[in-house]
Design a protein around this ligand. Structure first.
Ligand SMILES: Cc1ncc(COP(=O)(O)O)c(C=O)c1O
Length: 503
């Protein structure tokens, strides 16, 4: 199927934003048949396995060049690499942007390591991504956790409210920063302006993990993006919704953030957790992703969101299914809603999201971003054949629902809410590095966890290193595994055993 062509270019895009200097330089290098007396060993193609060459194409191999290649990221300043990062900063309205080749995960590590230069405590949304927990382990920062708003109906976590942040910062006067997630996996967007006001009134920066929101800057019909609402450092997983290659992400530093964040410290922290061989393909995809987003994001996102309105209506018309949408706005922790996540509530089918996901694969090879007990989540991208994909999804859902209840009889289910988090009795870093032992899950309640346990989905860590394990939490994780979920962070993914701090 042909890729859609954008209808027209928005007039206000600066000319230079229509260029991709890094990609241009890379293409130029590959096309002039240089003597490649450098890595990688496939030498631009000849040394590669033929099946790999066939699968990804000779051109991709030719463009795979190392760092420090003259005319690309070294040479006459500003280099194409510098230029492409500058254009990205401008596109998102940042003072400075760093390209990350280790995902938004790298961005969270950088945020933690940067804050640790300023002090020893940070206020953290408890359901932060696991990379933020890893940042606590690497940096040694002591967390004061904030509980996100849990949706009373669906049992999914929404965002942090300004009141929650205010209370957390008041209780942690030594905190040197606050980190929150927005949008969530399920599309809830936080009131970042209110959160930034609270953080700044306590003289600390607000770090927003906007892994799911790289597209928000490019369409006025979508919720405003975090940098535009006062965030100081924003982690962006550019590959998730915008078309960069998997693992390619960005870190944006806001204008005016120098009061709390030293740009040079961020820069050093970026290199600290980055390979010395960043992929030129990933880097070029960030350069091109930025151009595509700024030049065509408005129309592409309009098309996707319009198609999703139709898709949502069609799903709602299927007995037993409902979909989340902007009606969530106004619930605690939901300031705005990002429609690019299509969250289908399957409770009234009587089946779990895991079962529905399996059936969708069987019926028409439909592969989802996430399946949980109550919901399934489909992700739509900035420029995709959203109408067609939506119709295919809806048709498969109809078949699945019919299979589940051929006679129309359905028994609606209630969700099982995750039990409260255990008490943090040791810093995550201390617990991670403490002498440890492996115990049977039957003997683990009451012990201090040395590893994270995140029943997935929803991927909210149920247990962090340093927290006391409770029987309720261990039971909950086991139930999730039995229902078809998985476990992240644990050494034993079946949770027969786990690592705890030695007594
Ligand atoms: C909120 C959040 N932050 C960070 C990440 C990490 O992103 P990446 O996979 O680009 O490293 C994810 C990944 O799903 C995420 O959901």
């Amino acid at each position: 199927m042909a890729q859609r062509q954008p209808v027209s270019d928005p007039p206000e895009v600066a000319d230079e934003q229509r260029h991709a200097p890094y990609l241009d330089a890379l293409v130029d290098y590959a096309s002039r048949n240089p003597a490649r007396l450098h890595v990688p060993g496939h030498k631009g193609g000849p040394g590669a396995d033929p099946q790999l060459a066939g699968a990804i194409g000779e051109k991709a191999l030719a463009l795979d060049v190392p760092a420090l290649t003259w005319g690309i990221d070294v040479g006459v300043e500003p280099t194409p690499f510098n230029e492409s990062q500058r254009l990205a900063a401008e596109a998102w309205g940042a003072k400075r942007c760093w390209f990350l080749i280790n995902g938004a995960s790298q961005g969270n590590l950088v945020a933690g390591l940067t804050l640790a230069h300023a002090g020893a405590r940070v206020v953290v949304q408890r359901n932060a991504h696991s990379s933020m927990i890893d940042a606590l382990i690497l940096s040694g920062l002591r967390p004061t956790f904030m509980r996100p708003e849990i949706d009373p109906e669906l049992g999914i976590a929404h965002c942090i409210t300004a009141d929650t942040l205010e209370r957390a910062l008041a209780a942690a006067p030594d905190a040197v920063g606050a980190t929150v997630v927005s949008p969530t996996y399920f599309g809830a967007v936080a009131d970042v302006a209110a959160l930034a006001d609270v953080a700044h009134s306590h003289e600390v920066p607000l770090i927003v993990d906007e892994a799911w929101g790289a597209h928000l800057a490019f369409n006025d019909h979508l919720p405003a993006h975090a940098l535009s609402r006062g965030a100081d450092l924003v982690v962006s997983s550019t590959h998730k919704i915008i078309g960069a290659l998997t693992q390619a992400a960005m870190l944006h530093l806001a204008h005016g953030s120098e009061r709390w964040i030293d740009e040079n410290v961020v820069d050093r922290c970026v290199t600290l957790v980055e390979s010395t061989s960043p992929s030129s393909l990933l880097t070029a995809s960030l350069d091109a992703g930025r151009r595509q987003a700024i030049a065509h994001g408005r129309e592409l996102l309009d098309e996707t969101t319009h198609a999703l309105v139709e898709t949502r209506n069609a799903i709602r018309a299927i007995p037993g299914l409902d979909v989340l949408d902007e009606r969530l706005v106004g619930r605690p922790g939901v300031y705005a809603y990002d429609p690019l996540r299509l969250v289908t509530d399957v409770r009234a089918t009587g089946a779990t999201g895991y079962e529905v996901a399996t059936l969708l694969r069987e019926v028409d090879d439909i592969n989802l971003e996430l399946a949980g007990e109550n919901v399934i989540v489909a992700v739509f991208g900035m420029g995709e054949r959203a109408r067609e994909q939506g119709q295919r999804f809806v048709a498969a859902l109809r078949v699945v629902v019919d299979r589940l209840a051929p006679d129309g009889a359905r028994a609606s289910r209630e969700f099982a809410e995750a039990p409260p988090w255990g008490e943090l009795v040791m810093g995550p870093r201390e617990a991670f590095f403490a002498p440890q032992e492996v115990v049977s899950v039957r003997d683990a309640a009451g012990r201090i966890a040395a590893e994270s346990l995140a029943a997935y989905p929803p991927g909210v860590p149920n247990v962090l290193p340093g927290e006391r394990l409770t029987a309720e939490t261990l039971n909950y994780i086991q139930q999730t595994l039995e229902l078809g979920g998985s476990l992240r962070g644990a050494t034993d993914r079946q949770l027969r055993t786990l690592r705890v701090v030695a007594q």
